[in-house]
Design a protein around this ligand. Structure first.
Ligand code: BGC
Length: 333
């Protein structure tokens, strides 16, 4: 063999080896997306599940993740937590598709809208990958189960709480996370039904925050400019109430305006303690995550699971906060 052909062969072999390592590196990345270090080191696991949330760093979803991780650790599951950095339906859908393509053992996600999520979930289930909806149900899809709040009922509870706290007299503005999402629609509907018979309660306007803090604040500002008669707000997703409270305090109107929020994130509880937010609707995100993993394992093991599991929901006011919480806040001042 001439020197030239030896060189050509060696180069060819080198090129082949380099291509192989690139292929396996990127192939691995596609399968594992962006697994945190701790997950990459899990050596032996029984199943590989993915939890896809609407917004990765949303504190509410971090609680769902925490619950899911606790169950994953307990039962030897490799759990991947993925989703858009900021709420974005196309990215959400893409993440589910990628997870399905990498043939995971189960996908847990929201069933945000019937139009986009029902055919998607049906396709994934048809491939043999079980889907459990968490937090938001796509009830008409072939998902195997739903775990989360009864969203209609939680909105209804909010309406009843508002009637009780305002003695049946209020001009209400609603800021909802999204017009298209099933759970947001159900929360608004539940609220509307609860206040329907009340002649002193008027829903003045309904605006959308798109699950964005900035937009929630913008909408609250705009509502106060455009509708000076508004003296009550209902925020239907975790960040809405916080931003409404922020804006209401900016105008120093916390004594005139009643706010009912959703969820119990630390900032929401701080506003309740201060009296700016008067009530909030409690959800159980940690439990949703924990039980979703447990249910998925049951499904994989051929056990039957109930198709709908509603986690607890109730109203919380300042008087319901444990004494320890008040003490903690005083100490942090
Ligand atoms: C909802 C979640 C949503 C979050 C947004 C919660 O109330 O249940 O679906 O992603 O708010 O901040």
């Amino acid at each position: 063999m001439s020197r030239l052909s030896i060189m050509a062969y060696s180069f060819g072999i080198l090129f082949f080896l380099v291509s192989c390592s690139f292929a396996s590196f990127y192939g691995y990345k596609v399968v594992t997306h962006d697994l945190p270090k701790e997950e990459k080191t899990v050596e032996k696991y029984n199943y590989h599940f993915v939890l896809v949330s609407q917004e990765l760093d949303n504190e509410y979803w971090r609680l769902v993740e925490k619950g899911a991780r606790a169950a994953a650790k307990q039962y030897g599951v490799l759990l991947e937590y993925a989703g858009p950095k900021q709420a974005n339906i196309e990215d959400h859908v893409k993440t589910i598709e990628m997870s399905a393509a990498s043939k995971v053992d189960g996908i847990m996600t929201q069933g945000l809208s019937d139009e986009q999520f029902t055919p998607l979930i049906n396709r994934v289930v048809a491939k043999g990958i079980p889907v459990i909806t968490v937090d938001t149900d796509a009830a008409n899809s072939k998902r195997l189960a739903y775990i989360g709040t009864d969203n209609y009922y939680s909105g209804y509870l909010a309406g009843k709480a508002l009637i009780a706290d305002t003695k049946g007299k209020a001009n209400v503005a609603i800021i909802t996370g999204s017009f298209y999402a099933n759970h947001m629609q159900q929360r608004v509907k539940g609220f509307q039904d609860a206040v329907k018979g009340e002649i002193g309660i008027h829903i003045v306007t309904i605006e959308e925050s798109e699950i964005s803090r900035v937009k929630a604040a913008e909408k609250a500002n705009q509502i106060l400019q455009d509708h000076p008669e508004v003296n009550a707000f209902f925020g239907t997703s975790a960040l809405d109430g916080i931003e409404i409270a922020h804006v209401v305090e900016k105008y120093n109107k916390q004594d005139q305006i009643y706010i009912i929020a959703f969820d119990t994130l630390p900032e929401t509880l701080d506003y309740i303690r201060k009296g700016t937010i008067k009530a909030t609707v409690v959800q159980e995100p940690y439990e949703m995550g924990y039980k979703a993993v447990k249910m998925m394992i049951d499904l994989r093991e051929g056990k039957t699971v109930p198709p709908i599991v509603h986690t607890d929901t109730r109203i919380l006011r300042k008087g319901d906060l444990p004494v320890s919480y008040h003490v903690r806040l005083e100490e942090s001042r």
